[in-house]
Write a protein that binds this ligand. Structure first.
Ligand SMILES: O=C(O)[C@H](O)[C@@H](O)[C@H](O)[C@H](O)COP(=O)(O)O
Length: 316
């Protein structure tokens, strides 16, 4: 791969004592061009036991695993990021559809949904077995489904209306209920699908184990509707909970909890734009914050893959 403008990002990311760097061009995929994806593929088998991670473990022991496999992919633009995200998602779809006959996908709101657009194009629109997909939301605003703030509406307009996922496999919140009741109802929906064998269960945590979570991150380091310093970060029993005073409007939301998020088989953290550079620096570089950011608590049992554009990675 020709050297690219990303070269300066490589070395500061991690020290060679706990990382191995694999040039992206060594990946065997005929559809991935080293020119469109000028990035590195960094794998670490264990998060470095830095002070930050120790602090996280003592402050919030909601992570079931210190053995998260972490991959960081850097892209020269959100456009090339979205191409790679589609291939990553399609590969997982094939794997889980074959292995377990279903593919359980959880999405956030925000700009993530736009980054899924390539899945609705050739070759994936034809090649993915959409009948196996089951869609969920990691968080939802407590508004009617046709409200402009609805994450369901966002996903419908940007993705679901363009792909043939069976309607009965789209698991949205009940928008006629209060925040409390909607959270309980969504938890019951999930438990039902665990019973039916659609959603796996983690042998480690006993919580539902979704096949893939596609998550965005806010400029303050929040994920789902789990905000910095909020008591919900400590929730250890519920699958789904609610917040009535979200610092990001609208105030009333329901959200998956960390035990569920961190029981996932795969999490993609999809982050683009300079406004996210600081929390990215804190989460995967050597940036500092007095408090542990929610994004630093994302540590799934399985694989964590960061998809970053160059602006989001600009402080690494
Ligand atoms: O409903 C929400 O508000 C989201 O699920 C939230 O967690 C979102 O993913 C981040 O705030 C990132 O949003 P942006 O990518 O738009 O900044």
């Amino acid at each position: 791969m020709a050297s690219s403008s990303f070269q300066p990002f490589y070395t500061p990311l991690f020290t060679p004592t706990h990382t191995s760097l694999i040039p992206f061009s060594s990946r065997s995929s005929s559809s991935w061009s080293p020119y469109t994806i000028r990035s590195i593929h960094t794998s670490i088998s264990l998060i470095a036991p830095t002070k930050k991670v120790n602090c996280f473990k003592t402050k919030a022991s909601t992570s079931p695993s210190m053995a998260t496999k972490k991959t960081i992919q850097l892209f020269d633009s959100e456009q090339t990021l979205s191409v790679s995200l589609a291939k990553y998602t399609a590969d997982l779809s094939d794997k889980f559809a074959q292995q377990k006959g279903s593919f359980t996908v959880v999405v956030s709101g925000g700009s993530l949904v736009k980054s899924l657009r390539k899945l609705a194009e050739t070759p994936y629109i034809e090649s993915i077995d959409w009948s196996k997909w089951h869609m969920f939301w990691v968080d939802e605003r407590v508004v009617p489904k046709d409200h402009p703030d609805s994450n369901y509406l966002l996903a419908f307009d940007g993705f679901l209306s363009k792909v043939p996922i069976p309607t009965e496999n789209i698991h949205a919140i009940n928008d006629t209920l209060s925040a409390e009741a909607a959270a309980d109802d969504y938890e019951a929906q999930i438990r039902h699908l665990v019973k039916n064998g659609v959603i796996n269960v983690s042998e480690t945590s006993g919580f539902p184990k979704f096949d893939l979570m596609l998550l965005g991150m806010g400029p303050d380091g929040h994920v789902a509707s789990l905000f910095p310093g909020h008591a919900l970060l400590e929730e250890k029993n519920k699958l789904v909970t609610f917040i009535k005073e979200s610092p990001k409007p609208p105030p009333e939301r329901i959200t998956f909890t960390f035990p569920v998020i961190n029981s996932s088989a795969n999490i993609a953290m999809v982050v683009a734009g300079a406004g996210k550079a600081h929390p990215v620096h804190v989460a995967i570089g050597d940036g500092q914050e007095p408090e542990v950011l929610p994004v630093q608590m994302v540590a799934p049992e399985g694989q964590l893959t960061w998809f970053l554009d160059k602006d989001a990675a600009s402080k690494l």
